[in-house]
Ligand binder design. Structure first.
Ligand SMILES: NC(=O)c1ccc[n+]([C@@H]2O[C@H](COP(=O)([O-])OP(=O)(O)OC[C@H]3O[C@@H](n4cnc5c(N)ncnc54)[C@H](OP(=O)(O)O)[C@@H]3O)[C@@H](O)[C@H]2O)c1
Length: 269
């Protein structure tokens, strides 16, 4: 999957901010970037997990740290990024990875579906928007910088019960792609990450949890996705696809729409 010319791209001397760094993909990305020379600031809400991460980050890259930050509060997130940029001189890399996945069962909604959808959008979409808007203008002024916003293959092929999550990720993809087109000529690289299926706290849905594993061709590890991000970001492709199989979904729905719908409906919760 990785071209040799991208092998072990390094980020020495660069400041990288990673949201959702307390677990899963964000934690792996934070550690990978620190190993590759970046000073990493990891943001999330769970202090105990951030303290453990801070120790590991500092061993790999002195000057790295973690901070409690609820990115669902856009004002707090913006203020945190502004302070970090001022204290550290600049933010070279921003990974908007924090996310939540809450099912939306429309057929049996008890009246809280609207609030659930807003909550999911606040963290998955509006935080990515706030972060992107907070760092890109300064990157444009410098003519350099990288933003990675984490989407999901669910954005391309929404499953039943995923209305809020899939819609928030589709919004991330559309927003990020548009920004990428706007700022690429100005030297700033903005990417959408599609992680495939990763066995994290969010991604757990295997047999032990009463679910079934997705096809092997979409299963990835957090470390594998982190290495892919570190190798690909800053390159010419806007999309970073950890798994290629989901790219066929838009083709399948055009060529065989009824079969496509039947296969998606099998995922009914
Ligand atoms: N796992 C998969 O298969 C998969 C597939 C496609 C896309 N993704 C996306 O990948 C990203 C990472 O997910 P993951 O699989 O690594 O799940 P995870 O282990 O549950 O990680 C989610 C991270 O987001 C953080 N977070 C949630 N709400 C936050 C908030 N309000 N403020 C700050 N941080 C917050 C969590 O930290 P705290 O709880 O400590 O705040 C945690 O570190 C998400 O955007 C997810 O949608 C995952």
């Amino acid at each position: 999957m990785l071209g040799a010319r991208h092998h072990q791209r390094r980020y020495d001397g660069q400041l990288a901010v990673v949201t959702g760094a307390s677990s899963g993909i964000g934690r792996a990305v934070a550690l990978t970037l620190a190993t590759r020379g970046a000073q990493v600031i990891g943001l999330a809400r769970r202090r105990d997990l951030l303290d453990e991460l801070a120790t590991e980050l500092a061993q790999r890259s002195p000057g790295s740290a973690t901070e409690v930050c609820d990115v669902g509060d856009a004002d707090v997130y913006r203020a945190t990024l502004a302070r970090l940029a001022s204290d550290r001189g600049k933010i070279d890399i921003l990974i908007n990875n924090a996310g939540i996945d809450i099912d939306l069962h429309v057929a049996s909604d008890q009246g809280d579906g609207n609030a659930t959808t807003h909550e999911v959008f606040d963290i998955n979409f509006f935080a990515a928007v706030a972060g992107t808007l907070a760092v890109v203008p300064a990157m444009v002024q410098r003519g350099a910088g990288i933003v990675v916003n984490v989407s999901s293959d669910t954005a391309r092929a929404p499953e039943p019960g995923q209305g809020a999550y899939a819609a928030s990720k589709a919004a991330v993809s559309a927003f990020t792609e548009s920004v990428a087109h706007e700022v690429a000529p100005l030297g700033v690289h903005v990417h959408v990450l599609y992680p495939g299926w990763v066995p994290t706290a969010m991604g757990l849905s295997g047999p032990e949890q009463g679910g079934s594993l997705p096809p092997k061709m979409v299963r990835r590890t957090a470390d594998g996705v982190a290495a892919l991000v570190a190798n690909r970001m800053g390159g010419p492709r806007t999309d970073i696809n950890a798994a290629v199989l989901p790219l066929l979904a838009p083709i399948a729905r055009i060529i065989a729409p009824v079969s496509y719908q039947k296969s998606m409906r099998r995922f009914s919760p």
